[in-house]
Design a protein around this ligand. Structure first.
Ligand code: NIG
Ligand code: FE
Length: 406
């Protein structure tokens, strides 16, 4: 079992290679909280004095992990985009597909036509799937609406999921995900719409926790991003932004300027970006599923950790660039493609993503007083076996808010 005795909000640099774990351990969950743990040989009798409704789970030979925290997804969407997947196999780039009206605009067209109920039911199924894969908290973005009505529709779906689903959800407003076709050549008019109409409407109904902008080549500029983040902050929306996926876009620096909770993607990171992040409270977040699926450059993660930075790993679950929210697989990709050690990948998918969702005081590790969101593995020989057995489903029991949900 991996545990924490002191509450750390994030883990950086060399410390990422360390995991505190206890062999042959007991763990006590009371209501929805973690209230005790220790070595079996040191267990006190009062821990064993159970009430008749208490349940004992024998996890012999198994391991107990804190639930994965997935701090970057777009899992509310309509339909799927396997046709573009074939275009990609045939050699078209992400940007070429986007230019042809594919990509985000393709999802926007479908989302605008979908009913709120349909979107809710589809997203609910995806959430049930990721819960079974060990995820205990997820951030979900809007950004396939691209007009006020449909952006609000997406965010209302996320709000309903927040109320209904047993995992923790944070909502991020991403009106500036792509410039809609009708604003082609009038990008700043669309930015005006985001600022003057969408943000106030989102805030009026309290529909978002965070604000995001796709600050990258061919999407939104640093100037657009500056204006949008400034407007969002006025309404209490802290930034979490898409940055440096397609170029040295300046996204990292503008994110840091506005004290973003995270900057995500980061395929293009050099010394300037590392320096900006080192002086900040912003969590650098890597999305290995997207880089893998699109065949992109991999971020220089080892260089970033050697410089002392923390790293978070999220799934980017979305229909275009990462049609999976399987965090155990993201961990394997982190190890295989980014040369992260299994311990680093575990910290990156739990405590550091919890930080990137503003939740690391209550989630991301097994620590006293934290929320009882954990999973128990099947019988496995070691922690390292988790990312190593990259396609095996090793998650046996899932507990959220102290209740067994799988
Ligand atoms: O994070 N990079 C921008 N947005 C998404 C892709 C969304 C899509 O292609 O539908 C991402 O990868
Ligand atoms: Fe994304």
């Amino acid at each position: 079992m991996q545990t924490e005795t002191e509450i750390r909000l994030k883990i950086s640099g060399r410390d990422m290679a360390k995991i505190n774990s206890i062999d042959d351990a007991w763990l006590l969950l009371d209501e929805d909280k973690i209230t005790g743990f220790g070595k079996m040989e040191e267990i006190k009798p009062d821990v064993l004095s159970l009430n008749k409704n208490d349940k004992i789970i024998d996890a012999s030979g198994k391991m107990v992990f804190p639930s994965f925290v997935d701090s970057h997804t777009h899992l509310v969407y309509a339909g799927s985009r396997e046709i573009e997947y074939i275009d990609k196999i045939k050699g078209l780039s992400y940007e070429e597909i986007a230019k042809r009206g594919g990509g985000i605009l393709n999802s926007a067209k479908r989302l605008q036509a979908a009913s709120e109920e349909e979107l809710y039911q589809d997203a609910k199924k995806r959430i049930e799937e990721i819960i079974g894969q060990g995820t205990g908290a997820v951030e979900i973005k809007s950004g396939y609406g691209l007009n006020t009505e449909s952006e609000l529709k997406m965010l209302r779906v996320i709000k309903r999921l927040k109320e209904d689903m047993p995992l923790q959800i944070k909502a991020t407003f991403l009106g500036a995900h792509a410039v809609p076709a009708e604003y082609k050549g009038k990008q700043s008019d669309y930015v005006d719409l985001v600022i003057n109409e969408m943000i106030p409407a989102v805030a009026a109904d309290d529909l978002a926790d965070y604000i995001d902008v796709f600050c990258d080549k061919g999407f939104f500029t640093v100037e657009d991003t500056d204006r949008i983040l400034m407007a969002g902050i006025k309404y209490g929306l802290r930034p979490k932004i898409h940055a440096n996926e397609l170029d040295y876009s300046g996204g990292v620096q503008i994110g840091v300027k506005y004290n973003a909770l995270s900057v995500d993607h980061l395929e293009y990171v050099g010394d300037n970006e590392i320096k900006a992040l080192l002086d900040s409270e912003t969590m650098p977040t890597i999305l290995p599923g997207a880089a893998f699926f699109l065949g992109m450059e991999y971020s220089p993660v080892r260089k970033m950790m050697e410089a002392g930075l923390p790293i978070a790993i999220a799934s980017d679950f979305n229909p275009g660039s990462s049609p999976s929210g399987n965090m155990k697989f993201m961990m394997s990709l982190a190890c295989i493609n980014y040369k992260m050690l299994p311990e680093e990948a575990i910290n990156a998918t739990t405590i550091n993503t919890a930080y990137a969702m503003g939740l690391s005081e209550e989630l991301g590790s097994i620590a006293l007083g934290k929320k009882a969101n954990i999973f128990i593995t099947k019988e496995i020989p070691s922690i390292e076996f988790m990312p190593y057995a990259y396609a095996s489903n090793l998650i046996d029991t899932v507990i959220l808010n102290g209740e067994i949900v799988k």
